[in-house]
Design a protein around this ligand. Structure first.
Ligand SMILES: Nc1nc2c(ncn2[C@@H]2O[C@H](COP(=O)(O)OP(=O)(O)OP(=O)(O)O)[C@@H](O)[C@H]2O)c(=O)[nH]1
Ligand SMILES: [Mg+2]
Length: 477
């Protein structure tokens, strides 16, 4: 979170509010990472980010185990059919317990969540991991440097390691009929058969390998990265991405040699740099400047500048290609969810569907100056966060702000103040009560006035009854 939770609100509240992108290089591979929020108010951003990735790591706390956010994210991952790995993290904490957390994980996500590592030591003595595939131990320095050394499996763990390792082999065999036959015939699988089977089962989301780690004390990162490289799909290993090409359904093959196509999955609206569009490139290459087509809006878009993001830091890129997550600034017409492609290629990906807001407040600008600035500021906020709505209620004339929860709305109003110098009060919205006729009634009213001269007399009969819902009103004379 030190690189990706860079927003002052994230630092202050110690939670991720917005997805952020970073990358690392590991053994000749580039790993693009989108760090997504886990708190329910901000999961819309997590969902949009899933369109940009090929696999997911689900972090589960070794104390709190499966939380509401974990279950919600899991549902999204199922919906997007993404391969995933599970990391039981924070194993250094008091009361952390790998076995108990694993039980909870399996209870929610099935026995397909299968450990490929076991922790060595518990709580503050959590010192490393045993790799159940290689049957090796990796021990980490106590100084949190992350320095690692390899050694034999500790004798006290040998029995459990054998048992868990056998379970893993059986699960891999079960995931594939041919492997099962071999396993039953030979009583074992060769290392190649096993690794190939494990990778296929992970890619097909039949198995979810479970790792052990502590981010804080820097234990377990290298074996996890090795596992990611070995068992998660590289961009070219994923299936073609569904798209509409010139009106026809087609799968876009993830090749750098195809025509350029990308999906803008996020927009950052920075008061200083302006608008930054983050995109996942699905095919082809992108150079630092040029003209592409925004196929969602059927218009050309010029861009100048291409960079990779390391948290908030922009690193200029000479070229980006299929598989990359790249960014460019100051696009004119493009917003989150739009598809970009090479001119004439006509490639459009499905738009990103955002949830409707669940809570509304009335916002009242504090001064006349705040009122003057609010419209432009809210425009910038919505650019970045398409789940926020700001509109006037025609019945009460109040300006309403709607979002995905109270925290979400509060953070937006803080942003209005800090970034755009617009001070507002939040109030509960007025409710405009509406009347309807629910029952039947016959009423009569009589008017009589006789004060000399001509008298007045009126006799009114009214019959009222409801029409079917949605049929509006009908007057019969
Ligand atoms: N003891 C311990 N604390 C940790 C570890 N990893 C993270 N934390 C602490 O847990 C808190 C949350 O960590 P984050 O990395 O922000 O967690 P997150 O899953 O990104 O949270 P959201 O993005 O807000 O959902 C912070 O206070 C961290 O310092 C760990 O391995 N051990
Ligand atoms: Mg976070």
């Amino acid at each position: 979170n030190t690189v990706t939770d860079y927003d002052p609100d994230e630092i202050e509240r110690k939670i991720s509010i917005s997805s952020a992108v970073c990358f690392c290089e590991w053994k000749d591979h580039k790993v693009n990472i989108v760090d997504t929020p886990g708190y329910s108010n901000f999961l819309w951003d997590t969902k949009a980010s899933l369109r940009a990735v090929d696999a997911a790591l689900v972090f589960v706390c070794g104390v709190a185990a499966v939380e509401v956010g974990t279950e919600k994210v899991w549902e999204m991952l199922e919906e997007h059919s993404l391969p995933r790995m599970i990391v039981i993290n924070k194993l250094d904490r008091e009361n952390a317990n790998f076995g108990r957390t694993l039980d909870a994980v399996q209870q929610f996500f099935g026995r397909q969540a299968i450990p490929v590592e076991l922790p060595i030591g518990e709580e503050k003595n959590f010192a490393g991991v045993v790799d159940l595939i290689e049957k090796k131990a990796f021990l980490f320095e106590k100084d949190e440097s992350g320095k690692m050394s390899e050694g034999p499996v500790p004798a006290a763990m040998a029995e459990e390691v054998d048992r868990r390792s056998k379970e893993l082999i059986e699960m891999v065999a079960e995931s594939d009929e041919k492997l099962m036959e071999k396993y039953l015939e030979q009583g074992e699988l060769s290392p190649d058969e096993f690794r190939g089977g494990l990778k296929r089962a992970i890619l097909g989301h039949q198995l979810f390998p479970v790792f052990a780690a502590s981010g804080l004390t820097n234990v377990g990162a290298q074996p996890l990265l090795d596992g990611m490289i070995a068992y998660l799909p590289s961009p070219v290993e994923r299936d073609g991405v569904k798209a509409v090409v010139k009106g026809q359904d087609q799968a876009i093959q993830p090749s750098p040699d195809g025509p350029f196509s990308a999906l803008v999955f996020k927009t950052i609206s920075d008061p200083y740099t302006g608008r930054i569009s983050l995109m996942r490139i699905f095919s082809g290459r992108m150079n630092p400047d040029g003209t592409v087509t925004n196929s969602s809006r059927d218009t050309d878009e010029k861009f100048v500048g291409l960079f990779f993001l390391q948290g908030k830091e922009q690193i200029s890129a000479g070229q980006a290609k299929a598989g990359d997550i790249a960014a460019t600034a100051k696009l004119k017409v493009t917003s989150t969810g739009d598809s970009l492609c090479a001119k004439g290629a006509g490639i459009a990906f499905a738009p990103i569907i955002f949830p409707l807001p669940s809570i509304s407040f009335a916002i009242e600008p504090k001064t006349r100056a705040d009122e003057d600035r609010i419209s432009q500021a809210t425009h910038r906020i919505i650019e970045e966060d398409p789940t926020v709505r700001i509109e006037r209620d025609p019945d009460t004339a109040q300006l309403l702000i709607s979002g995905n929860g109270e925290l979400h709305v509060r953070i937006i109003t803080e942003r209005l103040r800090k970034r755009y110098n617009v001070d507002v009060d939040l109030k509960p919205p007025k409710i405009s009560y509406k009347e309807t006729i629910k029952g039947k009634a016959d009423v009569q009213g009589r008017h009589k006035k006789q004060t000399g001269g001509r008298g007045q007399f009126g006799d009114v009969w009214i019959k009222m009854e409801p029409l079917a819902r949605g049929k509006d009103f009908e007057f019969e004379d």
